[in-house]
Design a binder for this molecule. Structure first.
Ligand SMILES: Cc1ncc(COP(=O)(O)O)c(C=O)c1O
Length: 379
């Protein structure tokens, strides 16, 4: 029997939001990290053209793997052979593939708390033992080399996310290098979730591969490339593990949809358009950073990347799910409750997503100003 996997509470919020909309209410959706920007125009054109030709069937695009390899060289100056890249239906299956193909049941796998809900639940589903490392504002909610060095016994693996969900914070290059060193010394496998790379507002995130060439990396077209619907991503594994990981991928997933692969190849050359999207998110981020203090939300770590703000609301609630539900019912603004990302302290945190259109972010702030002003303080 599988371990207990918790549901994503933001899905319940989203379902309530849809029900309110069906009843005629207007809702601003800030509960998911879902780009409001469209897939690049050239990606759609490539798919239309591809559909006119014979479909390739089960297929993994060699040109796309080559293009991803070039991306590592161009963006991070690291050489990666295309054979090390396994295309998957998004980062989610890539995470599962990494966990199943590289670890054994019972292995301990550590990651930051708060963190993306699926790290804990995918690990449980893969019969691994999640080890959550509580990370607070002093490390901007990120893992540190010292925290990993202090784990006793050493875990089999560590998952990094930089920029992270739900905080958007980036691990500084020196710290990333120190994490790589401590993992190498202790024989810990590094798995880096780089899904938010490209979406940065202060400085670009470094890839773990710049410091740990043997790390595994997960990435996806869902965020920077605005292609959630196309369900495409990749897992990058070290040379020595390619055959095993490919055997798992072939049996579990076969190949991702060929139209998505054709679209992704074109998308990787649409940088001007994608940078325009990033500018929209940068504007949205600034709107929130300017307005949140006037809502009484001052305990936040300004995000370096992704499209999230993690806000401490301990002066207002000890039940973030109830808080978000009430906020949605009373204002029509949907946010994610912190408990999704942190089962211990998340009861008094909420996560804003600034992925919606700028006008929607402005509308949310108009609705939230009076609502927050009317909330009684509990401490
Ligand atoms: C940190 C992180 N990793 C992985 C995923 C999964 O993304 P996808 O399966 O759409 O590529 C998400 C989705 O929001 C995420 O936030």
């Amino acid at each position: 029997m599988g371990g207990r996997v918790e549901p994503f509470r933001a899905i319940a919020i989203s379902q309530l939001a849809r029900a309110l909309e069906a009843a005629g209410r207007s809702v601003v959706h800030m509960e998911f990290g879902q780009p409001s920007t469209p897939a690049p125009a050239a990606a759609l054109a490539a798919v239309r053209e591809g559909l006119e030709r014979d479909p390739p069937g089960y297929w993994e695009s060699l040109p796309l793997r080559g293009r991803i390899a070039r991306h590592y060289r161009d963006s991070y100056e690291v050489a990666v052979g295309p054979a090390r890249i396994i295309l998957t239906c998004g980062a989610s299956p890539a995470l599962l593939l990494a966990m199943l193909s590289r670890f054994r049941p019972g292995d301990r796998i550590a990651f930051a708390r708060p963190g993306y809900i699926a790290y804990r639940n995918t690990a449980i589903a893969a019969h691994l033992q999640p080890v959550e490392i509580g990370c607070g504002p002093e490390s901007r909610y990120q893992l540190t080399a010292a925290a990993i060095a202090a784990l006793d016994p050493a875990p089999a693996g560590v998952i990094l996310a930089s920029p992270a969900n739900p905080t958007g914070t980036i691990i500084e290059p020196d710290e990333l290098a120190a994490i790589a060193r401590v993992c190498q010394q202790r024989g810990i496998v590094l798995l880096s979730d780089e899904i938010y790379h490209g979406l940065h507002y202060t400085r670009p995130a470094h890839s773990v591969l710049q410091y740990a060439p043997d790390a595994m990396v997960v990435n996806s077209y869902s965020k920077y490339y605005s292609m959630v619907d196309w369900r495409l991503g990749w897992l990058l594994v070290p040379e020595a593990h390619v055959d095993t990981a490919r055997a798992y991928a072939g049996n579990l997933f076969l190949t991702p949809p060929s139209p998505s692969q054709q679209a992704a190849l074109a998308a990787m050359d649409c940088i001007a358009e994608l940078e325009g999207h990033r500018a929209t998110y940068a504007r949205n981020r600034q709107l929130l950073l300017d307005a949140l203090p006037s809502l009484g939300l001052e305990r936040i770590a300004p995000p370096d990347g992704a499209f999230y703000i993690w806000a401490d609301v301990s002066h207002l609630t000890t039940d973030s799910l109830e808080f978000c539900t009430r906020m949605l019912e009373q204002t029509g603004v949907a946010l994610a409750p912190g408990v999704d990302f942190d089962p211990v302290d998340g009861h008094h945190f909420i996560r804003f997503s600034f992925a919606p259109a700028t006008a929607q972010v402005e509308e949310a702030l108009r609705r939230l100003q009076p609502w927050f002003a009317a909330q009684p303080r509990i401490r």
